[in-house]
Design a protein. Structure first.
Length: 429
C-alpha cells in the first residue's frame, strides 16, 4: 500500500467525514498509483457516503480486481452491496473477507449486522460472538450480540451485555440507543427516553435513535403502549409466523361470523370478539400515523418526527377529519345517507394512505401510492354519483353508484394485503 501525501490526507478527511475532499485526494493519488487496490476501496467508501452507489460499486469491484487477497477490498464491496439492499450478495462477499482475515472483529460485526437485518437472530448472535472471541471489547459486536439476544427473548443477558458495553464507552451513541430499545422492550419507557436523548446528543443524525424516541413518547399513551408491545413481539417472529397470525385472525373472524349466522343464540357472545378483532386490526394499520399526529402537540415529539412521518400523519389526519365532519353532517341532517357514504369513503381511504409510507422508497412505495390513488378515484366517483342523482333516488345511476362503492370497499380490503407484502420488499438501489 502506497502512503503518498494525497492518500494520507484522504484518510484524515474520511475520518472527518469530508468525503468530497477525500475523493479529490484519492483521485490525485490514483493518477500516480492507478493499481493501488486499497486506494480504490477507500474511493468506493467516499463515493458511497455521497450516495453515488453505481460509482462506488464500480470502484469497489476494481479494488478487488487489483487486490483480490486484501480483505479490506471485499469488506468495502460488501458494505456497498448492503447499502444497495443486495444482502445475499453482501453476505457472500463479507464471508470472503472473513476467510482472508478471520481475526478481524469488524468483519464479523458486519456479518452479524447483515444477518440481523435479514431477521436471522441466531445467525447474528453467532457472528457477533465469533467477533468477540477476537476482540471482547468490540463495541459493535457487543451491541449486535445484545440486539440479537433481545430478539431471542434473552433480555437479561442482553441487558448485562449493554451495561458492560456502556461502562467501557459511555460516549457511544449506538450503545445508548441499543440500551433505550432494550428498556422499551421491557416497558420502561421513561428510562428508555433518557438513553435516547443521550444518544441523540452524541449523534443527532442517528435515525434509529430518533425512531426509538418517537416510540417511547407515544408509549406514554396506554392504548399505544399495548400496540407497541404487539409490534415489538411481532418483529421477533419469522415472516411465516407473522403471516400465520394475520391469516389466522382473518379466517378465525370469518369462521366466527359463519357460526354466528348459523346459530343466532351465540351471536351476542361472538359479536364482542369480532368487534375487538376488527378494532385491533384497524389500530395496527392506523396506530403509527394517528399517534404521530398527536405528537405534533408534544414539545419534543414534533421535533423527533421525520418528514415522512409528518407527511403520513398529516394525510391520514386530514382524511379522518373529513370522515368525522361527514359523520357530523350526517347526524345533523337527520341521517341522510348522502353524508354517510363520504364518511365511509374518507375513513376507509385512510388505511391505504397510511400504508404508502410503510413501503420502502422505490417501486414498492410507487405501487402502493398508485393503488391508493386508484381507490380514491373509485371512492370519490361513487360519492359524486350519489350527489348527482339526488333527490331522484330511483335513477339508474343509483345501482352504478352502489357497485362503485362496493368495489371501493373490496379494493381497500385487498390493499391491506398488498401493503403487507410490499412492506417486506426492499428494492435494489
Amino acid at each position: 500500500m502506497q502512503t503518498s501525501p494525497h492518500l494520507q490526507r484522504a484518510l484524515v478527511l474520511q475520518e472527518q467525514r469530508r468525503h468530497e475532499l477525500a475523493e479529490k485526494e484519492l483521485r490525485q493519488h490514483l493518477v500516480d498509483e492507478p493499481n493501488d487496490g486499497f486506494a480504490h476501496a477507500l474511493l468506493a467508501v467516499s463515493l458511497l457516503e455521497q450516495e453515488r452507489r453505481n460509482d462506488a460499486e464500480q470502484s469497489a469491484r476494481e479494488a478487488i480486481g487489483l487486490a483480490p487477497d486484501m480483505a479490506f477490498t471485499h469488506y468495502t464491496l460488501a458494505r456497498v452491496l448492503a447499502d444497495r439492499n443486495r444482502h445475499e450478495d453482501a453476505l457472500a462477499i463479507i464471508a470472503e473477507a472473513i476467510r482472508l482475515d478471520p481475526a478481524n472483529a469488524d468483519f464479523h460485526s458486519m456479518q452479524a449486522s447483515f444477518r440481523f437485518q435479514r431477521e436471522s437472530w441466531a445467525g447474528a448472535l453467532a457472528a457477533a460472538e465469533t467477533g468477540l472471541q477476537f476482540d471482547p471489547e468490540h463495541i459493535n459486536c457487543n451491541n449486535l450480540r445484545a440486539m440479537a439476544l433481545v430478539k431471542l427473548g434473552r433480555k437479561a443477558e442482553a441487558g448485562a451485555t449493554i451495561d458492560t458495553t456502556l461502562a467501557r464507552d459511555p460516549s457511544d451513541a449506538f450503545s445508548h440507543a441499543n440500551k433505550g430499545w432494550t428498556l422499551l422492550e421491557q416497558g420502561k419507557r421513561k428510562q428508555a427516553m433518557k438513553h435516547f436523548h443521550e444518544s441523540l446528543r452524541l449523534d443527532p443524525t442517528n435515525e434509529w435513535t430518533r425512531a426509538g424516541l418517537v416510540e417511547a413518547i407515544k408509549a406514554g399513551n396506554p392504548v399505544y403502549a399495548v400496540m407497541l408491545r404487539y409490534f415489538l413481539w411481532m418483529q421477533k417472529l419469522s415472516k411465516r409466523a407473522r403471516w400465520g397470525i394475520i391469516l389466522g385472525g382473518f379466517f378465525g373472524s370469518r369462521l366466527l361470523a359463519g357460526l354466528s349466522a348459523a346459530n343466532p343464540d351465540i351471536a351476542p357472545w361472538v359479536m364482542p370478539v369480532r368487534v375487538f378483532y376488527i378494532t385491533f386490526a384497524v389500530l395496527t394499520w392506523l396506530a403509527h400515523p394517528v399517534f404521530n399526529l398527536m405528537l405534533f402537540l408534544h414539545p419534543y415529539g414534533r421535533h423527533a418526527l421525520t418528514e415522512e412521518q409528518r407527511s403520513q400523519a398529516t394525510w391520514v389526519g386530514l382524511l379522518l377529519a373529513l370522515a368525522l365532519s361527514s359523520v357530523a353532517i350526517w347526524l345533523v341532517s337527520g341521517y341522510n345517507e348522502e353524508y354517510l357514504v363520504p364518511a365511509l369513503v374518507f375513513g376507509l381511504l385512510s388505511l391505504p394512505t397510511s400504508a404508502v409510507h410503510t413501503c420502502h422508497k422505490g417501486w414498492p412505495r410507487r405501487t402502493m401510492a398508485c393503488a391508493t390513488l386508484a381507490l380514491a378515484a373509485v371512492g370519490l366517483f361513487s360519492v359524486g354519483i350519489i350527489y348527482a342523482i339526488h333527490p331522484e333516488k330511483r335513477s339508474p345511476l343509483g345501482g352504478f353508484a352502489s357497485g362503485a362503492f362496493l368495489l371501493f370497499v373490496l379494493g381497500v380490503f385487498l390493499s391491506q394485503w398488498l401493503a403487507m407484502w410490499l412492506a417486506q420488499q426492499r428494492p435494489r438501489r
